[in-house]
Write a protein of this length. Sequence first.
Length: 376
Amino acid sequence: MFKFLKRLRGEQASAVQSQALEQEVAVETTLDNLAPDLTAREDSPVEPPKSTVSVQPILADQAAAETEGQDHKAPDQAARPIQLEAVELPKRSLGSGVRSLFGEAVNIDELEDILIMADFGVEVAEEITAQVKKDANKQGASSDAELRLLLKDLLTERLNREDSALNLDDGKLPYVFLVVGVNGAGKTTTIGKLARWLKDGDWEVVLGAADTYRAAAVDQLATWADRAESPIIRPAKEGADPAAVAYQTVEMAINTGADIAIIDTAGRLQSKKDLMDELGKIRRAVEKQAKISEVLLVIDATNGQNAMSQARAFTDVADVTGIVMTKLDGTAKGGILYALQKELDLPIKLVGVGEQINDFAFFSPEEFAKGLVAKK
């Protein structure tokens, strides 16, 4: 399971800070004790004292320095560095949320057509079918169970990526996520579910309603913010500057010591230039205060091949880092997920498989493949 770095809070944080202070005092005392000896024997090299105290968890500026390969600089004494702990997010499963492609039995002669109808794409469907036939001949697999297992293992292998984890591990708090996607794809719902998931893992989250041109979007996000028990920054009026909302969201995250700010951005794709200008302005506003950790593109799985054209349009202008696939339970065309990851070379990071607040999980290639080949 993925490990992430979040802010250490409460009694644990106080204990770590006390330990760090004790270490500083111990080092200063040792240096004071050594001073007379250093004066008496100036010609003798003296090894500096070695600290035996290990302060855990990682300090935020140390984590950032390690990430960038830069030298760590001691923080100012008046401003204590953020103390972090390595955690996992609460476990969620796709369960039975993925629809199977098959009926009673897998017919290898019909596999290519089935994959094409499931939106894998013609080229991919041909490639997968050819590989399954080759593996089946090599292993002597012919039964329904054997063919299902071959297909599951092949899909799992092809869908696995090293970059499928959320970028929540460099210690540069607050982490900032921009969420993009067309209206109706489940963008706002995704933000609410993600916020609740993080909250369940004791993360502190701030939401920003920067899709300011739709009052309904702001109200919907406010509803999800209540469910996620997270504060929200709303525009003063409909049509307000989205970049101002984004700036204020990050500002609140910094001032309240939150771990993450999640910002709902424009859902309009009336022109690439307008979208690029708006997202660029939001990005500049955010980066005055914090690094952008993720730009997540939300795609509705029920749109099939139309999802591919939407994804291309957004990836052209939005510096997307990962895809969130929603409504995966509402279609038998889940192959678009495979096609998106392959064609755009972007990881599927999260999936939504229902309407409830907990119907949300990391994308698991194995669970997804198992659902596709399961018996109905």
